[in-house]
Structure formats: structure tokens, C-alpha cells
Design a protein around this ligand. Structure first.
Ligand code: AMP
Length: 472
């Protein structure tokens, strides 16, 4: 506790920190809280999981008075993050009794308008906040403290202009804090225009690598789902998050996990907000054990007890990888990040390793696993199943000297299987024996001509290696 007192936290926040039994400040807290409390503008390079909410919360809570006027404004890229940050600030502000109101789209504005009438601090996503500004249902004239949380993600999501409009609707004389995993040129331009001599702070590691194990399996595209089911059933993780790159893949994986008896829910930006909130609550309370998600929906979420992260698709953006693995090994707990790699992920994996020096992702021997039958509601190519073109097996082995093989982009010694040895057990042999997608006969045989994911043909039952199951 002494270390928290030394940072200058106000009594109200100190009491909460003590109740929460935080032992010592995190690195980002140590580095930013004194500057924030001094009133400086700060740019902090830090991901969620580092304890940044308390860092900016400490500043807001110390400076904002309970007067039912909006003095503090926090912008977040997603609705879920807005809810989460509002909840955390409300907790930290408990003894000061500040009113924290979250404002985001997908739900009625009327309730928000009622609550805004007595808000001291608002946590908002940019789009809905602009709606309120246009509607004259919010007054930002008295904002003294502005936080841009996960600013890089807001820029990625195209909120740059919206954020600029919001900043212009706030008074010039205010303290601005910008938290972001990366500071791009555009963010730096924004900071130069809107911040007062900001001090840049970064922390060495966003992820506590001593608590986090990172591994990868190298399988065929059409084995991903079977391996995932095997790992979920045999490792029995407490709470798992499974990341996919597209909404369709999220739906595909979630649906088929459910069909395989795994307690699963999906979350992505295409779902109704109420449903998203329900899903998160269920996962947060461990009623659901597996959450299949996109980066956007899961960005910045702080859910206690996430023991496993699975990358069903490797993210194309190297920073997204860091955000994903940061959902586990939080607050001193241990965690594991499992990458299920197939040929279509090789470029992304190389990119992740290239941009995150020092990451240690160890290869794990692929265990024996049962082949699973799946239903397609999504094009096979996206969901990890291939129907046409070169035989996937050859591509993933890199056995032939084929200059078009995706392997050419893998770092030397990176992810090759030991030469001449099949590490994947009898299952593998079983696949080789049967007429699978590598047989000329089956090539092009089962892919719907239109490639439409919702065609009746594509919904038929198929084997996990991408073959259509024989009708009985
Ligand atoms: P955040 O990065 O703000 O989302 O925080 C991640 C998690 O760490 C939250 O559950 C916080 O309550 C927790 N936390 C924040 N600061 C500390 C700390 N100094 N010691 C232990 N846990 C912390």
C-alpha cells in the first residue's frame, strides 16, 4: 500500500485499492500516475491488462467533483470496453460517489439522456457520443479531463474524424491522456494538434511473459477444427477465448463447438448489443466456458479467469496478437496462448514474430485427435477448409520445391515439421489413406460453384477434411 500512497493517490482511491488487495502498482501506474496527478498531458504506450484504467482513473477521480456536471470524459473504441471501463471507474470512485454513465450505440438513447442529466464522468464510444452532441443531449463545455483509451483501435476503426469533432466540442483548457498500444504517425499528428506538451511513457512488456506460455501447432487447414475440439476437451481449460478473423468464422466455430457438446457462445460486432452484453455476462460469470470472438468485440476486455487463448485464425495485424494474448495471464495469474497454425496463417505468423521481437512461441507436437464432422454455414476457405486448388497437405508440408508455397515466408527454422517424420500419429495416416481433398477426383468436387455460404448445398453435412459426407 505504501507504494500506492507514494504515487499520490487520493484517499478515496486508496481505500478501494486496499479493498481490492492490490499489492503494488503496475509499471504503467508507477510511471504515469505521478504525471497525471501533476496535471500533465500524457501519451502512454500500454495495452489493457497493464492496469491503465486505475492510472487514468486516479487522475479523473482526484480532479472531478460530484456536481452533476460532466467533468471527465473517456472515449473507448467498443461498447464492451465502454461498459468495462465505466464499471471499473465506478468502483474506483465508490467512496467519492461520482456518477459514471456509459454511452454507446445499439441501445436506446432515451435512457442515456436521462442518466446524462446527473453524470460526473462519461465513458463513451465516439459514434453515439456524436449523436448526443448533435441532439444537444450532452454538454461537454465543462470537461476538464479527457481520456482516449485504446486510441490506436479507434483510429483503426475509422473514428479519427469523430474523435476530432468530440475533442473540438470540449474546452481547450483541459488535461488530455492518450492510451494506445502503438503510436502511429496519425496519432502523433493528433497529439501534436490537440495535446499540450505531452509526455510519452512506454512500458517494456505489455505481457508478463513469465506467466504466459505461448505455443503453436502446425496442422493442415482442414484439421484446425478437430484439433481445437480435442484441445478443449482434453485440456479442460477454465475459461477460453477463441479468436477468429471474421464474423463468419466466429459463427462457424461457435456453432460447431456447440454441436460437439462444448459450452460455447459467440460474440462479434454483427450481433445486437443486448445479445453481446448477455454473452459477456455469461462468460464473465463462467456460465459459458468458451467465448469465440473477433478482435473488435474482445478488444480490451478484462475477464478474470481466462486461462487459455486460442488463435483459430492468426491475426493479420501483429499488434492484434499482443492484444489477444493479453486477455490471459492477467493480474499475476498464469495463462496459455495456443496458436493453431495452418498454411493460410504462415504469413501472419511470420509478420507477428517480425514485429514483436523477443516473443517466444514454442512449437508443440500435434497430439492424436479424432476427426470431427462439421456443418458449413460459411465458405470453407474462410473457415479453415479448402475445396479446390493444390492439395493442402502438400502445401503445408512444404515437401515439394514449390515456389508458390506459403512456407517461403516463414523464418528459417521457424515452423517446419521434422523432416521425414510424421509427428501427428495414426490419425494422420488414416487421412492419407482415404480419398481426401488431395485426390484429383475430389478436387473441385464439393465446392459450391457460386461459393455462396448460405446456399443449401453448402449447408450439407461434410467431413472435417472438407469432403461431403456420403448420403446414407
Ligand atoms: P486494466 O489494464 O486497467 O484493464 O486492468 C487489468 C486488471 O488488473 C483489472 O482487473 C484490474 O483490477 C487489475 N489491476 C489493476 N491494477 C492492479 C495492481 N496494481 N495490482 C493487481 N491488479 C491490478
Amino acid at each position: 500500500m505504501e507504494q500506492f500512497k507514494d504515487l499520490g493517490l487520493c484517499e478515496h482511491v486508496l481505500k478501494v485499492v486496499s479493498n481490492k488487495k492490490f499489492e503494488k502498482p503496475s509499471e504503467i501506474q508507477k510511471k504515469t500516475i505521478p504525471l497525471i496527478l501533476e496535471g500533465k498531458d500524457v501519451i502512454a504506450g500500454s495495452a489493457t491488462g497493464s492496469g491503465k484504467t486505475l492510472a487514468f482513473g486516479a487522475g479523473i477521480i482526484k480532479n472531478v467533483e460530484k456536481n452533476e456536471i460532466i467533468n471527465g470524459l473517456i472515449l473507448t473504441p467498443t461498447r464492451e470496453l465502454a461498459e468495462q471501463v465505466a464499471g471499473a471507474i465506478e468502483e474506483f470512485a465508490y467512496y467519492k460517489k461520482l456518477e459514471v454513465v456509459s454511452v454507446y450505440g445499439g441501445v436506446s438513447m432515451v435512457n442515456q439522456i436521462k442518466k446524462l442529466a446527473y453524470a460526473d464522468i462519461v465513458v463513451a464510444t465516439p459514434g453515439r457520443l456524436l449523436d448526443h452532441i448533435r441532439n444537444n443531449s450532452i454538454n461537454l463545455n465543462k470537461v476538464k479531463f479527457l481520456v482516449l483509451d485504446e486510441a490506436d483501435r479507434m483510429w483503426d476503426m475509422g473514428f479519427k474524424n469523430d474523435v476530432s469533432k468530440i475533442v473540438n466540442a470540449c474546452p481547450k483548457n483541459k488535461q488530455t491522456l492518450l492510451f494506445s498500444a502503438t503510436i502511429s504517425g496519425e496519432l502523433a499528428d493528433f497529439a501534436e494538434k490537440h495535446m499540450k506538451s505531452p509526455i510519452e511513457i512506454s512500458v517494456e512488456n505489455y505481457v508478463d511473459t513469465s506467466k504466459l506460455k505461448q505455443i503453436y501447432y502446425d496442422v493442415r487447414d482442414d484439421e484446425k477444427f478437430s484439433l481445437l475440439v480435442h484441445l478443449l476437451k482434453t485440456k479442460k481449460p477454465y475459461l477460453s477465448m477463441i479468436f477468429c478473423n471474421t464474423r463468419r468464422n466466429v459463427d462457424f466455430v461457435a456453432k460447431n463447438l456447440k454441436e460437439n457438446g462444448i459450452n460455447t457462445q459467440a460474440i462479434h460486432g454483427g450481433m445486437e448489443q443486448n445479445k453481446r452484453t448477455r454473452v459477456l455476462k455469461s462468460f464473465d460469470s463462467a456460465q459459458t466456458n468458451v467465448l469465440v470472438c473477433t478482435d473488435v468485440a474482445a478488444r480490451g476486455l478484462d475477464i478474470q479467469g481466462v486461462s487459455h487463448i486460442y488463435n483459430y485464425d492468426l491475426p493479420k495485424d501483429a499488434n492484434d496478437y499482443i492484444h489477444r494474448i493479453g486477455r490471459t495471464a492477467r493480474a499475476g495469474a498464469e495463462g496459455i496462448a495456443v496458436n493453431i497454425l495452418a498454411s493460410r496463417d504462415y504469413n501472419s505468423f511470420s509478420n507477428i514474430l517480425k514485429h514483436n521481437e523477443g516473443l517466444s512461441v514454442k512449437r508443440e507436437m500435434t497430439p492424436r485427435f479424432e476427426k470431427i464432422y462439421v456443418k458449413f454455414d460459411t465458405p470453407r476457405r474462410e473457415s479453415g477448409f479448402r475445396g479446390r486448388g493444390r492439395p493442402v497437405r502438400n502445401a503445408s508440408r512444404g515437401g515439394r520445391n514449390n515456389s508458390r508455397s506459403p512456407r517461403r515466408n516463414i523464418p528459417a527454422g521457424g515452423i517446419r515439421r521434422p523432416a521425414g517424420r510424421d509427428t501427428r500419429g495414426p490419425n494422420r495416416r488414416h487421412i492419407n489413406k482415404r480419398s481426401d481433398s488431395s485426390s484429383p477426383k475430389s478436387r473441385g468436387g464439393y465446392r459450391d460453384k457460386r461459393g455462396a455460404s448460405d446456399s443449401p448445398r453448402s449447408r450439407s453435412r461434410v467431413r472435417s477434411d472438407g469432403q461431403r459426407a456420403r448420403r446414407r
